[in-house]
Design a protein around this ligand. Structure first.
Ligand SMILES: Nc1ncnc2c1ncn2[C@@H]1O[C@H](COP(=O)(O)OP(=O)(O)OP(=O)(O)O)[C@@H](O)[C@H]1O
Ligand SMILES: O=P(O)(O)OC[C@H]1O[C@H](OP(=O)(O)OP(=O)(O)O)[C@H](O)[C@@H]1O
Ligand SMILES: [Mg+2]
Length: 285
């Protein structure tokens, strides 16, 4: 029986959320410590635990069919690989930063400067586009230390909270790109594996929709139902059930997490009472 082979980062920033997503999709993986390969018990899938930076080549070579990667890694090393799903976690930027006490006038300041980075292709393309030539120093980790030890004048690295820059007395001056985890696919994927991929994507979308939504239940006097219903979007329209107490109804609906507090305020103002909010595990649409 065909199994889809998925590459997941062995350890690091993407590992935990990638495995959680598979778990939420109902894929159970026996996770022996230090295993490099593991099979799912209840879905035709095999996980390969690999170094992030190696995954684009494994996809090209057809060693794995799909992978969870940071979009930034694809921009750096896998422009030819197709993204089939955006996964919404590991959001970060790839930015240029310089020592905090230096005055920044604009991108021309990078002309002839030594830039330490693990993302040489991304920096080269970004600067070439603006007609700037700089001297790149490729290092694999702890990039932010480079200006402090005299190895470089500036850096290009991942920025999320900004605390690593702060701790190293650096400031972000150019955001080159924004990234999140994505599901990407090998150009050599077989049609059988593609079918499994479609089943997995269907589950991923259901999990994501669930994560983006909340289930809301509330009580309302019947004369205020019309106003309350007009506030609630719902998958089709809200469910309305009579309460034991005459003249009152219970209203159930699904609302987006983004608009959550706004809608709750409006519901309260429209006369809703006893509002309950529950998480949604999956939403199949
Ligand atoms: N601070 C962060 N906040 C959010 N996402 C991040 C952060 N740092 C890295 N990422 C994302 O997680 C991915 C993996 O980063 P991580 O530092 O764990 O691995 P790596 O050192 O790039 O790779 P390797 O697995 O080859 O050691 C990055 O490509 C990026 O997409
Ligand atoms: O803006 P922040 O929230 O501080 O995050 C940014 C830092 O996170 C990543 O490093 P990581 O912690 O993964 O360590 P690494 O250098 O060993 O990859 C990245 O390389 C930055 O150094
Ligand atoms: Mg890192």
């Amino acid at each position: 029986m065909t199994k889809i082979r998925i590459a997941v980062q062995k350890s690091g920033r993407l590992n935990e959320d990638s495995l959680r997503l598979l778990k939420d999709c109902g894929v159970s993986i026996d996770n022996g410590k230090d295993q490099l390969k593991a099979s799912a018990r209840n879905f035709p899938l095999e996980v390969f635990y690999l170094r992030n930076g190696d995954i684009p080549q494994y996809l090209r070579d057809g060693v794995v069919d799909i992978a969870i990667l940071g979009e930034n890694t694809l921009i750096e090393k896998g422009q030819d690989l197709k993204i089939v799903e955006r996964l919404g976690f590991s959001k970060c930027k790839v930015s240029l930063a310089i020592p905090k006490n230096e005055n920044y006038k604009g991108i021309e300041d990078f002309k002839g400067k030594r830039i330490a980075t693990s993302y040489p292709n991304t920096v080269k393309t970004f600067l070439a586009d603006k007609g700037i030539e700089a001297d790149l120093h490729i290092i694999n980790g702890s990039v932010e230390i480079a200006p402090n030890i005299g190895l470089a004048d500036a850096i290009c690295d991942i920025v999320s909270s900004g605390s690593t820059l702060f701790k190293n007395n650096l400031k972000e001056v150019e955001v080159m790109l924004r990234s999140e985890a994505v599901l990407t696919v090998s150009p050599t994927i077989s049609s059988e594996a593609k079918e499994i991929l479609e089943r997995l994507q269907f589950r991923i979308r259901s999990v994501q929709k669930g994560r983006e939504s909340k289930y809301v239940l509330l009580n309302a006097p019947d004369e205020k139902l019309k106003d309350i219903i007009s506030i609630l979007p719902g998958m089709r329209s809200p469910t309305v059930l009579p309460l034991a107490e005459k003249g009152w109804s219970s209203v159930h609906s699904v609302i987006s997490k983004d608009k959550f507090w706004e809608i709750i305020d409006e519901l309260k103002a429209a006369g809703a009472e006893g509002i309950l909010v529950c998480p949604i595990e999956k939403m199949v649409v």
